[in-house]
Design a protein. Structure first.
Length: 376
């Protein structure tokens, strides 16, 4: 019987339930949603699958243990009592990083030192050695202390899962891949969808939509730190990559069309689409929102217009919202999904959204304004 692992998948606030539904579709059971994360359980294959296939999680962590601590002695004893030898070998490197919020143990550096010492003490007793070279594969230990409740974890992802590998360069204000994927999920992407983005930037929304339409796993072409872990059989990564490759659908009617006023952004979109393996479905050209014309056929428009936070100033962003309201007609079959942090977006756009959803783009609190009940 394959060994099971208790896993934690941190997410951006607002998309926890979307991530949980995805994990259930992957085959995970006992999926539990909490603020900013999803809890799940699975064997080595499922751990690999979560890393390779998750569009919405930020990373996949093994939950080594949880306990309460208000003193450094309690922190040391709690960490030392956990089965670190199950995950960390004699030669593994095991750096410690973490966070502490609303807890008596608030010094991050002190917590790092105590946790490291406790793990060394535990492993020294188990392996009968006093010195660890740490020249082998890196098993990053992460801790989270929230209101004195301690969770210690092993990071299996390495780079965050939002780093798909296709966006080595980005424009000045890119939207995070996991947020773009969540927007696409809420808009409902199908193999015959036609999607537009008149502010395509580096192409993230268009590419995430194309990945979704073709059922191409976002992590198919990248490396994960757990691939070097001794306690995980290397075969699980081969098996799950083969499974993900077999799930891709080809020659679909999907179409993603982007516009941007900046020529370098258009070039970047096309280059990133090629890196992602979806260049067949993604087109981009120079275009000003003032000249945008809504197609006659059914389509989705999903976009992240300039906020006035990092690009343009607030007045210019507000003027864009007004222009969008004028250019986007609300006839049947035309659906719009627009993310913005502006409290008066609907007023400026000129139309009240059919539905709104709170999302965070980086540290910026936003709303996804959804228009889909358009009537003749």
């Amino acid at each position: 019987m394959n060994e099971k692992y208790n896993l934690i998948a941190p997410t951006i606030f607002g998309i926890e339930s979307i991530a949980a539904d995805e994990f259930r579709r992957m085959g995970f059971e006992n999926v539990t949603v909490e603020n900013g994360r999803v809890l799940l359980c699975g064997d080595g294959n499922m751990l690999a699958r979560a890393n390779i296939c998750s569009r919405f999680a930020e990373r996949i962590l093994i939950n080594v243990g949880q306990f309460r601590a208000t003193t450094f002695t309690e922190l040391f004893d709690g960490v030392k009592s956990l089965p670190w030898e199950r995950f960390i070998g004699k030669d593994n490197a095991f750096p410690v990083t973490g966070t502490s919020v609303n807890s008596k143990l608030f010094s991050i550096s002190d917590c790092q030192s105590i946790i490291k010492k406790a793990v060394v003490d535990r492993l020294a007793g188990k392996y009968g050695i006093q010195w660890f070279s740490e020249i082998g594969a890196e098993c990053r230990i992460k801790f989270n202390i929230l209101k004195d409740d301690v969770t210690v974890m092993i990071d299996t992802s390495g780079d965050g899962l939002h780093k798909r590998g296709y966006r080595r360069k980005a424009n000045d204000a890119p939207i995070k891949e996991t947020i773009a994927a969540a927007m696409c999920d809420l808009a409902r992407i199908y193999p015959d969808t036609e999607i537009y983005d008149p502010f395509c930037g580096s192409g993230t929304i268009l590419i995430e939509a194309a990945l979704m339409a073709t059922r191409r796993a976002p992590g198919l072409n990248r490396y994960f730190s757990a691939e070097r872990f001794d306690f995980l059989d290397k075969s699980v990564w081969r098996e799950e990559r083969t499974r993900a490759q077999d799930n891709i659908i080809h020659n679909i009617d999907f179409r993603a069309v982007g516009f941007d006023i900046d020529a370098s952004s258009v070039e970047l979109t096309l280059a990133n689409a090629k890196k992602a393996g979806v260049e067949k479905y993604v087109k981009a050209s120079i275009g000003d929102i003032k000249d945008f014309k809504t197609p006659d056929n059914r389509f989705l428009l999903i976009t992240n217009p300039p906020y006035g936070e990092r690009l343009l100033d607030v007045e210019e962003a507000e003027e864009l919202y007004k222009i969008m309201g004028e250019r986007f007609d609300m006839k049947p079959g035309k659906k719009y999904f627009i993310i913005s942090p502006h409290d008066e977006f609907e007023k400026l756009f000129g139309k009240q959204a059919d539905k709104r959803r709170k999302l965070y783009n980086g540290m910026i609190k936003c709303q996804l304004f959804m228009y889909f009940k358009n009537k003749a």
